[in-house]
Design a protein around this ligand. Structure first.
Ligand code: ZN
Length: 125
């Protein structure tokens, strides 16, 4: 890290801390500065969404979601990234007017944020 980059990193941290202070967020003043803008790697939307989904999966698994459910998250046929959960559907109380899954279970709807916008639905009895 050269002197110019170090100044940039220090200035960026000062700007970030000013924003946090304005919002009343406590700051650990002993944390080091992180890499400069030149040293960072910009992630694509797909990489960011995949990372967010991985963090979400780790969180829900930590909350007790069973491994077989975690492993059933569908993958997009176009980009191969895990798809995002959209909705859980359950059958209605009246089979003549409501969604009917054959007597029980529920369905999970997923979609991908890539350009294809693919969607999938899993049905679990
Ligand atoms: Zn996709």
């Amino acid at each position: 890290m050269d002197q110019k980059n170090s100044q940039e990193a220090v200035q960026r941290r000062a700007r970030s801390e000013a924003v946090l202070r304005a919002d009343g967020v406590p700051i650990n003043q002993y944390l080091p500065v992180i890499e400069t803008e030149d040293e960072t790697k910009r992630r694509s939307k797909a990489e960011i969404s995949q990372r967010a989904l991985c963090v979400l999966l780790a969180a829900v698994k930590g909350e007790g979601l069973e491994q077989p459910v975690v492993e059933r998250i569908p993958v997009c046929d176009s980009c191969n990234n895990p798809m995002s959960f959209v909705a859980q559907l359950e059958q209605g109380p009246d089979w003549t007017t409501a969604m009917n899954f054959g007597g029980g279970g529920c369905a999970y709807v997923y979609r991908c944020t890539c350009r294809t916008h693919q969607a999938k639905m899993l049905w679990q009895c």
